[in-house]
Structures are given as C-alpha cells and as structure tokens.
Design a protein around this ligand. Structure first.
Ligand SMILES: Nc1ncnc2c1ncn2[C@@H]1O[C@H](COP(=O)(O)OP(=O)(O)OP(=O)(O)O)[C@@H](O)[C@H]1O
Ligand SMILES: [Mg+2]
Length: 436
C-alpha cells in the first residue's frame, strides 16, 4: 500500500445514509429485522408500541434480551457493525438496525441496559438530519428530556434489555395532516399488518423451539399469535417423509431439510375459520410452495422458486425448506432478510420430492372438487350409508398413495394403480384412483 499512490474517498455520510433508506423494507419487514436482533440477544419478550401523536408519532420496540454495554451500543449504531457471528445467529451484515429503522424514520434512538445487578442504562441516537447537515457519520447522546427516552429507561428498570425508538416517521405519516384521522388509521392498519407479519416469520419462536425459552411478542398490548403455514394442529394434515440434502458452500458442507405437507381441503378442516386463517396473506393459491427458513426464522414463502408454476390444483401443497446460517452465502440472503435465491444444485435435488408432493396435493384437491361438483347423492337416491362407505374408500385410496410416497415406492405404486385401473376399474374408482 505504502508504495502506491492512494486517495481517500470515504463515502459521503449524507448521501449514503439517504440511499440506504431504500433497500427494500416496508414497515412490517423493518420491524421484523429489529426483532431479529432481540431474538439474537436472547429476548423472551418483545413489546412493540406504535403510537399516533401527530408529528411526534413514534414506535418502540422493547426487549428483555442481554442488552448492550455503552461501547457495544455505539458499535451497534455503526453502519457495518464490527463483530463476529456464531452459527444460528440471525444477524449477518451489521446493518439491519440502522437500515431497517431509517427506512421508516429520521431519528433512531437506542436505549440499553446490560447489567443485571445495576440499573444503568445508556442511550444513543442516530439523527438523519444531523448527518445530512454535517455530512459526518455521527451518533449523539439524546437529551434526557426526550419523553420517549425517559419511558425507555423506565422499561429497563426491571432488568436487562434494549429499547429501539423510531421518531420523525416521515416514511410512514402523510406529509399533510400527520395529526389527522387518516394518519391515525394508517398507523393502526400498520400495527395490524405488523402483528400478522411477525406471527408468520417468527411463528416457530412463538410456538417454542427446543432449547430456547418461548418468545412472546406484543403489538400495542395484543399478543401476536403464531401462524403455522402447515396447519399441523389439523388432524387431516398429512406430512410426508422428511428429507435431508447436503449442499456445498465454499468452505463447508451444510444441511438443508425439506418437510412436505398436504393441507386438508376446505371440507376436511375441523372448522371453516381454520381454513380461512390458513389461507394466509397471499391466499391459498399463492401461498402454496416452499417456505424457506433460515435458523428457524421464515424468510421467504409462496411459489416453487422456479421448480414449477403455481397451480390451482396444487394449492394444498406447502413445504418447509430449512437451512442454517452456515449456508448463508449459498442462499444469497439479502440485507432485509426477505429473500433468498435457491442454489441451482439444491433446486435439482429437491425437484422430484416437490413433484411427488404436488401429485398428492393435486389428488386431495380433485377429490374435494369432485365432492363439490357431483350432484348431491341424496338427489340420486344414494343412501347416506353408501355415501359414507364411498368417502371412506376414497380416504383409504389417498392413504395408500401416501404410504407409497412415505416408503419411497411411488413408481411401484403407479404400476399397481395402472394394473388396478385395467383389471378392476370398479375398485380403482371406489378408491378414487381413477382420475389422475
Ligand atoms: N436488541 C438488541 N440487543 C442486543 N444487541 C443488539 C440489539 N440490537 C442490535 N444489537 C447489536 O448491534 C449489532 C448491530 O445490529 P444490526 O441489526 O445493525 O446488525 P446485525 O444484526 O449484526 O446484522 P444484520 O445487518 O444482518 O441485521 C448486532 O450485531 C448486535 O450486536
Ligand atoms: Mg440485525
């Protein structure tokens, strides 16, 4: 370096902080990225408050995790925090806290306490207006007179933890009449969307994961309910055999797990509300597909990542694809933790298993549509007992198909079905194997 002529071209703080506001977060995903940090800090409770108060509207994200010492807090506010990560830690880029927060607000304040025995809190703020004015990467000591900071300190009187505060919500509030009813309703709607989003992406943490305390998240005092995309509580949900794949990254070999589910059609859900709830934000059709989990946190869902297209007939098929942070580079996880790219090698490996799943989901779907479109048997004079028997036989047929799939005997089963259809079409029909 010394022998070469070199020039210092440090980035312009004013320009870069401005540009980093637009790397793809919306309000719920920004909150989720901040909650990632709480989870990584071992929090068992995360309280989110979204408060409308005109231009003073604010957001609090408070956790009871391990907290940060004053030097750690300062480092946390550096774009590109200098630190190492253990396997399974949700952080990766040293950016989330800053980029997620500033995508929604102009002032980010963090108040933290790391000592269990001494009530000592530390507060630091990143103020976009100041950075723009000075064109310097500066962090300031917020005034104790700021009521939000005083409330955060109060929250931390009980134990260790961290409170993230967003103020000057320029990306959230309308420029005109931020104090009006429309702005208030917008914040209420965002709170509801945020609760739904957190219930999806952290559902495993909310349900409880072996080896770590169960997480409770509240949004404006309401407990966030986990949303299990696979309806595992439903008796009629069918899980196929789990599969593991080894994927090579540049410096190691990591494991990817695939869990496949056929969800029950509407008429086999234990209650109609359950079916509606499982429809999800994108609705049944677009919620089919792969649900990609990184270290138990759901990062992407909907669609088959190029393996096959979305199809009404396979809408009951959903599968969890799980990897740990040792495969981050292979999956190309983005900064906002909202998107991964499936490595081509993995797409090829899982394709047959995904197609098998879709065959069964298609089958389950056709059975329902046939049940729905057939003239009501009563009209045809079919007695109820006969109807019950034919339904039981159809269920038996599906169970046989599942068993073939579970034991990796699918191609053998297809031959058996073909023979049955030829030699005993009435049995094939009874078992529901006639329409493939
Ligand atoms: N709630 C918190 N409790 C304890 N430490 C925290 C908390 N929030 C942030 N930190 C510390 O601040 C650091 C920076 O956070 P930030 O979200 O910016 O980056 P990251 O989590 O390291 O990586 P990523 O950009 O992938 O989110 C974290 O690595 C962590 O050490
Ligand atoms: Mg983070």
């Amino acid at each position: 370096m010394a022998e070469r002529t070199w020039y210092d071209v440090s980035p312009s703080a004013a320009r870069l902080t401005g540009s980093l506001r637009d790397i793809g977060y919306d309000f719920p995903t920004a909150v989720a990225d901040v909650v990632d940090n709480s989870v990584a800090a071992g929090a068992t409770r995360v309280e989110i408050l979204i408060e409308h108060d005109g231009t003073d509207s604010r957001v609090f994200i408070a956790d009871d995790g391990g907290g940060m010492s004053p030097p750690a807090l300062l480092e946390a506010l550096r774009f590109g925090t200098r630190r190492d990560y253990g396997r399974g830690e949700l952080g990766r880029y040293g950016l989330g806290l800053k980029t997620a927060s500033l995508s929604q607000c102009r002032v980010l304040t963090v108040v933290s306490r790391s000592s269990k025995s001494v009530v000592r809190t530390c507060a630091r703020a990143l103020d976009l207006d100041l950075i723009e004015e000075w064109d310097q990467w500066v962090i300031v000591d917020p005034s104790n007179a700021v009521p939000a900071v005083a409330r955060a300190r109060q929250w931390l009187a009980e134990g260790t933890g961290t409170v993230v505060i967003w103020q000057l919500l320029d990306r959230v509030l309308p420029e005109k009449r931020p104090e009006g009813g429309w702005a208030r309703r917008r914040l209420e709607a965002l709170a509801a969307r945020t609760a739904d989003h957190l219930g999806i992406v952290f559902h495993r943490f909310l349900e409880g994961i072996d080896g770590r305390p169960q997480l409770v998240i509240t949004v404006n005092g309401q407990k966030v309910q986990p949303w299990d995309p696979f309806a595992r509580q439903e008796p009629a949900t069918v899980e196929l055999s789990m599969q593991r794949f080894e994927i090579e990254s540049t410096d190691n070999v990591g494991q990817v797990t695939l869990r496949r589910f056929v969800l029950p059609p509407r008429d086999r859900f234990s209650d109609p509300d359950g079916f509606e709830r499982l429809s999800g934000p994108l609705n049944w059709n677009r919620q089919q597909g792969l649900y990609v989990y990184r270290a138990n946190r759901l990062v992407q869902w909907g669609g088959w990542s190029g393996i096959r297209g979305i199809d009404e007939h396979t809408k009951l098929a959903r599968a969890a694809l799980e990897f740990d942070t040792d495969l981050d580079s292979v999956f190309n996880i983005n900064v906002a933790k909202m998107r991964v790219i499936l490595p081509a090698q993995l797409r090829q490996l899982i394709e047959p298993s995904v197609n098998e799943l879709c065959v069964l989901a298609d089958d389950a779907y056709r059975k329902t549509s046939r049940r729905e479109t057939l003239p009501v048997p009563k009209d045809l004079g079919v007695p109820a007992e006969v109807r019950a028997v034919s339904q039981a036989a159809a269920t038996a047929g599906l169970a046989l198909r599942m068993a073939a799939m579970h034991t990796d005997q699918w191609s053998a089963w297809e031959q058996i079905e073909a023979v049955l259809r030829q030699q005993s079409p009435e049995v094939a029909e009874l078992l529901g194997l006639d329409a493939v």
